[in-house]
Write a protein that binds this ligand. Sequence first.
Ligand code: C5P
Length: 322
Amino acid sequence: HGILGEVWDDEMSSSMLGNRLKKVVQNYQATNKYGVKISGPGGVPSRPKLSAQALLCQFKDKVELMTLTPDLQPFASLPWASQLPPKPLTSDLGPYKTCAVVSSAGSLRNSGLGKEIDSHDAVMRFNAAPTGSYEKDVGSKTTIRLINSQVMASDDHRFLSSSLYSSGILVAWDPAPFSADLSQWYNRTDYPIFTQYQRYRRLHPLQPFYILHPRFLWQVWQRIQDNMAEPIQKNPPSSGLLGTVLMMSLCEVVHIYEFLPSRRKTELCHYYQRFYDAACTLGAYHPLLYEKNLVKRMNQGPDRDIYVHGRVKLPGLSMINC
Ligand code: C5P
């Protein structure tokens, strides 16, 4: 190994996984729960590996951060539509100068990154990730928390009553079928995101709470697949990449912590739980391996920052000229 040890190889492929994970990933690659349609004949043609600039421009041109508003059908015809924010997230939030996206990886333990993370103008966290008693490593500021519908619905997360969720701005998402319109999704969400949303809004009417338009998820998914040489899992991107693209739409610079594993890399799934599984870092359901390849290719910081701090630096989409 060189002095840098190993940093994420941007050509990671599922063939490089251990046998157990390889099988799980192959299984997900073959399943198509959401009816994803691969555009073009034959699926995945070989394509040139794009530069960081060209990849960033794809995100700028082909991905739009959209959230649900009360004017959209079927919500416009439903009695609770007025619980949705009147304006989309992008008209209410930002622009921020510098932002932090804090993955929940176990390798954040003993990172000492807390002060640096809190120095950013806005900090994004995910799902049930706490700050209390982990401040030294993950900081204490939470500007936006991105949560999935499973966390909103599961009993153990106590979404409606835990104080974890009651500060900052909430953004929720649920995997819709690939080609479904909002009405079809409304009638067959993965988890009961809309009933939980209404309950939460009644308990916390003043806290800003947005729901991602599912088109955004699949636009991000398409950016991953179009830039990989093999078929990726036909499931939505992980919260980590969705949150990164969300912050790239609001911030001038985005720093992502421990999405690409540092020298502290570990099979510990989350910094806040004693649960070990390499799938948390390498992906099983989510095309996480390929998300990391893409982020590595777009990184504007030195490899040493990844190795030592687990830090990646991406420009905001408003800062790039395409
Ligand atoms: O597990 P959870 O989805 O709440 O974690 C938030 C995000 O952090 C994930 O979606 C993933 O992108 C990232 N993560 C990671 N490696 C881990 C744990 C989480 O890259 N070990």
